[in-house]
Design a protein around this ligand. Structure first.
Ligand SMILES: [Mg+2]
Length: 282
């Protein structure tokens, strides 16, 4: 069972920096003192408890937003979450249908997987919002995630209009087969009904999962050489992969993601942010 996962690399990377700096500091490297570990998320410091929402109250607000007040793990089709996600998908459909690709490039869209293409609400409830790579892998390999509302229809419309369909996820390469099965149709667990990922002009399959650092293609080695341990940050991994896709003759017209780290770093004409109040991946 693979215990690496989409959210583990970032947390591990932050810890690794802190440990490395502590070791260097202990060895007498004076400059190490200047590189104190920082939290990955930069935010306000509340002056009072009144400045924040009580965590248990916030969890209930999230259940209400997903139309799942009792926390069964099944979100409602008429929930505010479903409406908001469908609205973003509809914005995407409208934009894509009017877009003309630049030059001779093939029009393409890029979709993140978790909470962009597949909704992980059931796992948030199961885990009580405490991500654990082992239990998360059970949901991934069991192909337990339903589609994000509106997104299958958006992708199907794009495919009909001649767009190449690419998926780009921080899930590890070991989860590629299960991810493809959940997104499309393999008879195991949920088959969300997405179009098959487009095979690229060089023969690569169009579902990009994150390889182990030892197996990085040259474009990731180059883009992530200065990241801790040479391991790509999410932004570097995703933007370098989009640049790679464009280098093969595609124009990424729309890039869809639920995290800002899915969307930063360019190499897309327009970005679309899906709602996800459950976690934050810098
Ligand atoms: Mg995501």
């Amino acid at each position: 069972m693979n215990i690496t996962s989409l959210r583990a690399p970032r947390r591990t990377a932050v810890a690794a920096v802190a440990i490395t700096m502590a070791v260097l500091g202990g060895a007498g490297a004076g400059w190490a003192a200047a590189t104190t570990a920082q939290p990955a998320i930069k935010t306000i410091t509340p002056r009072s408890e009144k400045d924040v929402t009580n965590l248990d109250v916030l969890r209930q607000q999230l259940r209400n937003y997903y139309g799942d007040a009792l926390g069964t793990g099944v979100f409602a089709a008429d929930s505010n979450y479903a409406k908001e996600a469908s609205g973003v998908a509809a914005d995407g459909t409208r934009y894509l249908s009017h877009h003309r690709s630049y030059g001779h490039a093939t029009k393409a869209i890029v979709l993140d997987v978790d909470d962009t293409s597949l909704a992980t609400w059931n796992y948030e409830v199961f885990s009580n919002w405490a991500y654990n790579p082992t239990t998360n892998a059970d949901y991934v390999t069991g192909q337990k995630f339903p589609a994000v509302p509106g997104m299958v229809a958006m992708a199907q419309a794009a495919e009909r209009e001649g767009y190449a369909i690419f998926f780009l996820t921080g899930r590890p390469a070991t989860q590629e087969a299960a991810t493809l099965g959940n997104l499309t149709a393999d008879g195991i667990g949920v088959d969300a009904g997405y179009p098959k990922p487009t095979t690229l002009s060089d023969g690569e399959d169009g579902l990009f999962t994150k390889p182990d650092v030892s197996a990085y293609p040259d474009y990731l080695k180059a883009a992530c050489a200065d990241d801790p341990g040479g391991k790509c940050t999410t932004i570097h991994y995703k933007s370098a992969t989009r640049a790679h896709i464009e280098s093969l003759g595609y124009d990424i017209v729309g890039n869809f993601g639920d995290q800002y780290s899915d969307l930063k770093g360019g190499h897309a004409d327009k970005t679309f942010k899906l709602p996800n109040p459950n976690y934050y991946l810098p």
